[in-house]
Design a protein around this ligand. Structure first.
Ligand SMILES: Nc1ncnc2c1ncn2[C@@H]1O[C@H](COP(=O)(O)OP(=O)(O)OP(=O)(O)O)[C@@H](O)[C@H]1O
Length: 709
């Protein structure tokens, strides 16, 4: 029936018909081939479905449900054709059979259970099962710390979605009554091609709907990811979620907010800007019923996100509203206390600030609770003080600064797989990106001074390529959930232990295995030691086994690529200098000394020629495998003597397997593990992951200052 409904013809109507109440309607088309019987059934079913989706579990009529499942569209991204393919039908039938009984204790609406089944989320993760009862049934404020990749997004996402549905049901604000005539809603109505009138380009004025929830994140990519994750879970709820981040066209964001989404996921800067500009929907921000702050410790760091502080002040003014609001504060490093980075120590001394190092985890939590004005939260911490996943294998490579490129290239060649390389600065990302590009590794850069569109494009390409290589600054360190990242390489030792935890947490997610490798050069040793102390590691990280004799071939290529890079830079510089000189001379109407011009050109020509030779040489090297089949790593020394490798291994051995085997060998030779210091790390006391902080006594303006009794 759907495929048959393709013939539409324009209908000529007297212009007076549009004179009132049809603002924005441009024309009407008539469908010439439709089946009315089917149409009537679908409309009725649809009406019923919308009602059922907002109801509590087990209320749906099984028969209706079956029909719905087969024709269920994605309310948030309706299919234009409205075609429901066989595979969709099959998978949706699977959904019906999928056992979601493990979720039944949390009073989740059926519409959410259905989406969880579709996502094949059989049971809650540990952080979810520890927080959902208090959050959904007890309506408690939650402070949650759990290792990276452990499902924290849904630990706050599910209570927010459920809470909104409950409020809507209580206030009688169901989807039918509230549905506005947006372009998308009309497309939705038409998604199956049913109906004999195809109205298009309607822009009606929307009735204002409440903004129920705000979710704040430190980076744009994370905001988009959370939006997409929650959209999947909210698929059958009719709840609309929008994202507000910097770097996106303001007009587009205004348009999205014009649809009055119930949930806004945002970075603080752009959100505050739009609030200041008087955006209509965001003018309700001080009335939100749910607030979630992801990566909270990062968000509240001094000097960061001034806008967040202004925002908190704004939304906490009204005590009555504050009482009704439920807050969620999450991070993998919520209770981690790091040594202050060296570059901040001097600043701190100058301003006479308290040294962060002196803080206990308990004080850090109190500080967070105080600054956000959260009352009597339930605190759950299952990180055991490290924040990294138990499926993560950690190790290091210690080398000279100039050798880091060799080890990176070696690793990429020897252990292909989706790899994320972190650098401490944008300059370092750019340099390494150029080098690895010359070496045909096809890396993708990601840093804050790139255009947002390019940042997202690179992330997408990385996600699609199972051998992809992404070189990034810490902008990609927190929260990004890229499937199956096998390796994380820290090209430079991170400045804080939080960075190390979050960077490393891009691999070994959702119970998968992963490896993180720290590349350490001598001047980075103090940072490395601090990191170990903060994370309670009193033993040196094990060394990643590198077959040094394989490095010879690697060095040749990397050195050649470095030379080529240098020459290319010289050519670029000379060309731009000559160009600049000529342009300036032209503007000033003077003649440039021919000699100077010729000299520059000559130098550039020379470098160009040399670069060409090196490029060809490198291309010929790269056309052959760096570790040819059967290559044992033997190579002759100048003396003619053959150096034999320690062992010959499989060329494509998984890095994590290599490392695990090495750890086993090391554990037999106890001496390989060096005690770094006497471990006396203060841990928070917790019972089944729940931390009890001392009772708070409110003081002064409520929601602002709290004092321990
Ligand atoms: N109950 C569940 N069952 C199976 N998979 C789940 C479940 N909950 C979440 N996931 C999946 O686990 C992955 C990690 O989840 P999420 O991104 O929420 O982790 P996180 O704890 O927020 O990580 P990070 O600290 O790095 O931000 C995601 O791909 C998500 O879809």
């Amino acid at each position: 029936m759907v495929n048959k409904m393709k013939n539409w013809k324009p209908v000529e109507i007297d212009g007076n018909v549009f004179s009132s109440g049809f603002e924005g309607l441009i024309g009407i088309e008539e469908c010439t081939d439709y089946d009315l019987g089917d149409l009537v059934e679908t409309k009725n079913v649809k009406k019923k479905r919308k009602k059922d989706d907002t109801k509590q579990p087990n209320k749906a009529n099984k028969k209706v449900k079956e029909i719905i499942v087969k024709s269920e569209p994605n309310l948030l991204s309706p299919s234009k054709s409205g075609d429901t393919s066989i595979s969709e039908v099959t998978s949706l039938e699977d959904v019906e059979e999928f056992d979601t009984s493990a979720w039944l204790n949390f009073d989740l609406p059926e519409s959410i259970l259905k989406a969880l089944a579709e996502l094949k989320f059989k049971e809650p993760t540990q952080i979810q099962s520890l927080t959902l009862p208090s959050a959904i049934l007890g309506r408690k404020n939650i402070l949650g710390a759990a290792e990276t990749g452990s499902g924290k997004t849904l630990a706050f996402g599910l209570p927010i979605l459920t809470g909104i549905l409950k409020i809507k049901e209580k206030d009688g604000d169901n989807i039918e009554e509230n549905s506005d005539d947006s372009e998308e809603e009309l497309e939705d109505l038409d998604e199956n091609g049913h109906g004999c009138v195809n109205a298009y380009k309607i822009k009606e004025k929307h009735p204002q709907k409440p903004l129920y929830a705000l979710i704040l994140t430190p980076t744009r990519e994370l905001a988009m990811q959370i939006k997409s994750h929650l959209t999947k879970v909210a698929k059958y709820t009719g709840i609309n979620i929008a994202v507000v981040v910097g770097g996106m066209a303001a007009v587009k964001q205004e348009r999205l907010l014009g649809k009055f989404p119930e949930i806004v996921v945002a970075t603080p800067g752009r959100l505050w800007e739009l609030i200041q500009q008087g955006n209509q929907h965001l003018s309700q921000v001080d009335k939100i019923r749910f607030l979630a702050i992801d990566e909270t410790d990062r968000m509240l760091e001094r000097g960061h996100f001034q806008e967040l502080h202004s925002l908190i002040e704004k939304i906490n003014v009204d005590e009555e509203i504050l009482k009704k609001r439920q807050s969620f504060v999450f991070s993998a490093t919520l209770t981690l206390i790091h040594d202050i980075p060296r570059h901040l120590i001097n600043k701190q001394k100058i301003k006479g600030r308290r040294n962060l190092k002196d803080m206990t985890p308990e004080q850090k939590l109190l500080k967070i609770v105080n600054s956000l004005g959260i009352k009597d939260p339930k605190i759950v911490d299952i990180t055991q003080g490290t924040g990294t996943s138990s499926t993560l294998t950690e190790c290091r490579i210690t080398c000279k600064i100039t050798d880091k490129d060799f080890y990176v290239y070696y690793f990429l060649q020897k252990h292909p797989g989706r790899t994320l390389i972190f650098c401490n600065s944008i300059g370092c990302v750019k340099r390494l990106n150029t080098l690895l590009t010359l070496l045909d590794c096809h890396p993708l850069p990601l840093h804050a001074s790139m255009q947002q569109r390019q940042r997202l494009k690179n992330l997408e390409r990385f996600t699609e390529d199972e051998l992809g290589i992404l070189i990034a600054t810490d902008v990609a360190a927190r929260g990004l959930d890229i499937p199956s990242v096998e390796h994380v390489l820290h090209y430079q030792t991170p400045r804080t232990s939080e960075s190390y935890v979050h960077r490393s947490g891009r691999t070994a997610r959702a119970s998968k295995e992963g490896i993180t490798v720290l590349l350490i050069e001598p001047t980075e040793l103090p940072n490395y030691l601090k990191l170990c102390r903060t994370l309670g590691k009193d033993e040196d990280l094990p060394i990643f086994p590198v077959q040094e004799n394989y490095l010879n071939a690697v060095k040749q290529r990397v050195n050649l690529a470095r030379e080529l890079d240098k020459l290319q830079l010289q050519v670029k510089k000379a060309t731009s200098e000559t160009g600049w000189l000529e342009k300036a001379a032209e503007e000033m109407d003077i003649i440039v000394d021919d000699m100077a011009k010729r000299y520059d050109t000559k130098e550039a020509q020379k470098s160009k020629k040399l670069a060409e030779i090196k490029r060809k040489h490198l291309a010929s090297m790269l056309s052959k495998p760096v570790f040819p089949k059967g290559f044992s790593g033997k190579y002759p020394l100048a003396t003619g003597e053959l150096v034999l490798p320690m062992e010959v291994t499989d060329q494509n051995e998984k890095a994590v397997d290599v490392m695990k085997a090495a750890v086993e060998t090391y554990s037999k030779q106890k001496s390989r593990f060096v005690k770094l210091y006497k471990g006396n790390k203060k841990q928070l006391e917790r019972k089944d992951g729940v931390i009890k902080l001392p009772k708070f006594k409110n003081e002064g303006k409520k929601g602002k200052k709290f004092k321990r009794k």
